[in-house]
Design a protein around this ligand. Structure first.
Ligand code: R5P
Length: 286
């Protein structure tokens, strides 16, 4: 297999290829002065099975991915796999009021049309890992929560998992099974895109190393508010792990609030210490 990396995921693509003992494909990717993308595949792809690894955080990332996938097909690749560790637009998987775009469906539909398989990591609207079907589109959802739990587990002595809300209780439960410890959840109310309030009910965290796992840290509001509430219960430490660290408001806000902050390397950031290369490689070798 030939593994190509989009410009958002060059390093991760290289790590995946290494884990698979596969070759990396060469590309030339640049932007025209008006912002349009230029993509050229430099490696011969005819007759080869190919994978394109590209986290999609911006519209530019998405266009680049589309151009890479479609060009590989045009060049005669036998199969083209789209691997999107982080895939934007997956938060709008339902129509809440008439006329709204079902963004998750539209984006997946376009990518499905120009590739032979779609894989992502902890897709926001899917609670379980494994193969899923959404609006007749097949999607492999790779679960990075066990990797995060194991990593943090090596750093703490007396863990307890606390979910910021009921929605992420599954992550806390999965982590607790791996580290063989207790888990519970806080209660979150979202007031706006960046404002949340969190309550702790009868949660006992005193002396514990609290582990908080979430799929995405976007503005950071959920985690910062959760950590403030948890701190009142006098834990030994607060350890936060997220799969996709967008950190739109930076990471400084976590200093003094959390004792440890890690994310996977679905996107590069200063705390992306947990590699998902092996689990993606395993999925591609399936
Ligand atoms: C919510 O459903 C998600 O799991 C995250 O908790 C949320 O996206 C985090 O957003 P923010 O960092 O902006 O609070």
């Amino acid at each position: 297999m030939l593994v190509f990396g989009g410009s958002r995921s060059t390093g991760l693509a290289w790590d995946i290829a290494k884990a698979m003992k596969a070759e990396t494909g060469k590309t030339e990717i640049k932007s025209f002065p008006d912002g349009e993308k230029y993509v050229k595949i430099l490696s011969g792809a005819k007759g080869s099975e190919c994978a394109v690894v590209q986290s999609v955080r911006s519209n530019d990332d998405l266009v680049e991915l589309m151009l890479l996938l479609d060009t590989l097909r045009d060049m005669g690749a036998t199969q083209v796999h789209a691997v999107m560790p982080y895939l934007a637009y997956m938060r709008q998987d339902r129509i809440f009021s008439e006329g709204e775009a079902l963004s998750a469906k539209t984006v997946l539909k376009i990518l499905d049309e120009i590739s032979d398989s779609l894989s992502t990591v902890n897709c926001h609207f899917l609670s379980d890992g494994g193969e899923a079907v959404f609006n007749h589109i097949r999607l492999m959802n790779i679960d990075a929560i066990p990797s995060l739990a194991r990593y943090i587990g090596t750093k703490v002595k007396n863990p307890i998992f606390v979910a910021p809300d009921k929605g992420s209780l599954g992550f806390a439960k999965a982590g607790a099974e791996i580290l063989d410890c207790e888990f519970d959840h806080l209660s979150k109310t979202r007031h706006s895109g960046s404002e949340v309030s969190i309550e702790m009910k009868d949660l006992y965290v005193k002396g514990h190393d609290v582990i908080v796992l979430d799929d995405i840290i976007s503005t950071g509001g959920t985690i910062v508010e959760s950590a403030k509430v948890i701190r009142k219960g006098r834990p030994a430490s607060i350890n936060v792990g997220c799969v996709h660290g967008l950190f739109l408001s930076g990471i400084d806000q976590f200093k003094g609030t959390c004792d440890r902050l890690v994310s996977t390397n679905s996107m590069d950031n200063p705390v992306s210490k947990v590699s998902i290369a092996d689990i993606i490689a395993k999925d591609l070798l399936r």
